[in-house]
Write a protein that binds this ligand. Structure first.
Ligand code: ADP
Length: 470
């Protein structure tokens, strides 16, 4: 009994530390808006990098032609070919090929990684096209989605600032991403030019905007998390004299690195961070995204089992970082069998703890719930932070004005990522929090729209709109 009490004590403590009351979420919203401001005011002014993308015109639907895209940035790597018909929402066809990135390439050399990408692209082109009509030497234009923090100098050029999401290829940091790719393509005899170098969030925003002109921001919640949005150039203070025809530019926030003392942080987050290859980095991402949620749960279960030793020696599996992947955690969370058989199976097969009593299994489900709920609600607060910054949260934004005076515009946020699209409870918690923070009257004007393969197709769209042929 005493041991059960201890386990429950661990849970209660977790629940308390993960507080995401509306009051606290609103503090996070304010902190996000403030940090966005600071990141736009000066280089290094905030943990939010607020990177310029040089994308000033989003696709409007008139793009035409055949374009390629490469999408590198998470667990999978994608090659795409997109044919555009020149009218809104007339993507005539697109072919996608996905493959996992071989683990060893994530920490090898930049040449190994880019040669692998170039080979995949070459094979894809050879398969997709009749080579007699389309010789390999033919000039092709390419959108490259490279979803790591990049300091861009134009829409096609930029150097890698740092790796995230488990990649660590030292010689690549500081190098130009498009050059590295084009060199590898040349080594394979492909005549291709990168006409758009973008981040996955920017690709998602581009596709969202292509379909729906009210789309002003995009968010990814998959292995990692990030967001971008359309900002007025005169608000980008750190880049004086930035002139664009549209008067706006897409800003890649790199919000995974957001930090605020208002974030509900637990001892598990602190330990996870310390054990990670990038300590003190990507703090927001480590509380929210799919790469980490399962491991937070594993750490809580470990603590429960250490505190109670009723299960004998702790299995070495339970000590292994990242053994409990987030989809498995979701499967436990969504187990609706009365005996929680799926929870029992996962605890036995993955973590090698057989015969966990039902009441402990129930508590494990509750742990999953607390961790996911916190993540989803913080992501919602992040979105509202963006809306607040651009005056679309119903509060009148920076121009002031009473709430009742404002006519709230229809506002669309494009969303992508497996955590949001495949983990139903996560999505529900996110929507619920959005309504709680904004209030129903405002929230009904905010639409979250899932795009598909936006990170890749959007890059092809931007390659098209930035192409000399369009
Ligand atoms: P990526 O972000 O790696 O480019 P995705 O957007 O498809 O690719 O996201 C994949 C991530 O989403 C996985 O790493 C995992 O963390 C999460 N995920 C995928 N499916 C599920 C699921 N059923 N439940 C919970 N999380 C999931």
């Amino acid at each position: 009994r005493r041991k059960w009490k201890k386990i429950v004590g661990v849970f209660r403590e977790l629940e308390e530390a993960c507080d995401t009351s509306v009051a606290r979420l609103k503090q996070v919203v304010d902190a996000m808006a403030v940090e966005m401001h600071a990141g736009l005011a000066s280089e290094g002014g905030s943990k939010l990098k607020m990177l310029l993308t040089f994308v000033d015109n989003l696709p409007n639907g008139r793009e035409g032609g055949t374009f390629y895209a490469l999408d590198l940035g998470g667990t999978n790597f994608r090659v795409l070919r997109v044919r555009l018909g020149g009218r809104r929402s007339s993507i005539l066809e697109h072919d996608v090929e996905r493959q996992p990135i071989p683990q060893h390439l994530m920490s090898s050399t930049s040449q190994d990684l880019f040669d692998f990408i170039a080979s995949s692209l070459k094979e894809f082109i050879e398969r997709e096209e009749d080579s007699s009509d389309h010789p390999l030497e033919k000039r092709r234009e390419l959108g490259f989605t490279f979803s790591f923090p990049v300091k861009q100098t134009s829409m096609t050029k930029g150097v890698l600032i740092k790796w995230t999401k488990g990649f660590s290829i030292e010689d690549m940091v500081g190098k130009d991403v498009s050059d590295s790719l084009e060199e590898a393509l040349m080594r394979k005899g492909l005549n291709m030019r990168v006409t758009a170098l973008v981040n996955d969030t920017v690709g998602t925003l581009a596709l969202g905007h292509y379909h729906d002109g009210d789309t002003v921001a995009a968010m990814i919640i998959g292995t990692g998390t990030n967001a971008c949005y359309l900002e007025r150039t005169d608000a980008i203070i750190k880049c004086q004299g930035l002139l664009t025809t549209s008067g706006g530019m897409v800003v890649n926030m790199e919000w995974g690195n957001f930090w605020s003392s208002h974030l509900p942080r637990t001892s598990y987050d602190i330990d996870l961070d310390a054990d990670s290859p990038n300590p003190n980095d990507q703090g927001f991402e480590k509380m929210i995204s799919g790469m980490y949620l399962g491991d937070i749960v594993r750490r809580v279960i470990l603590k429960m089992f250490l505190e109670s030793d009723i299960f004998g020696p702790v299995s070495s599996r339970l000590m292994t970082p990242f053994i409990l992947r987030t989809p498995l955690m979701a499967a436990m969370h969504e187990d609706d069998s009365p005996d929680l058989t799926e929870v029992a199976r996962i605890l036995k097969d993955i973590i090698e703890i057989p015969d966990v009593p039902l009441k402990v299994r129930k508590l494990v489900v509750k742990v999953c719930n607390v961790v996911t709920r916190r993540a989803a609600r913080l992501a919602a607060a992040g979105i509202v932070g963006i809306l607040k910054k651009i005056g679309r949260d119903g509060s009148g934004g920076i121009t002031g004005g009473r709430r009742s005076d404002m006519k709230m515009k229809r506002t669309v946020v494009a969303i992508e990522g497996g955590l949001y699209t495949s983990y139903l409870v996560f999505k529900e918690y996110l929507h619920e929090a959005l309504t709680e923070i904004l209030g129903e009257d405002i929230a009904k004007h905010v639409i979250l729209k899932v795009t598909e393969d936006g990170s890749g197709i959007g890059a092809a769209l931007l390659a098209a709109s930035n192409s000399s042929n369009n």
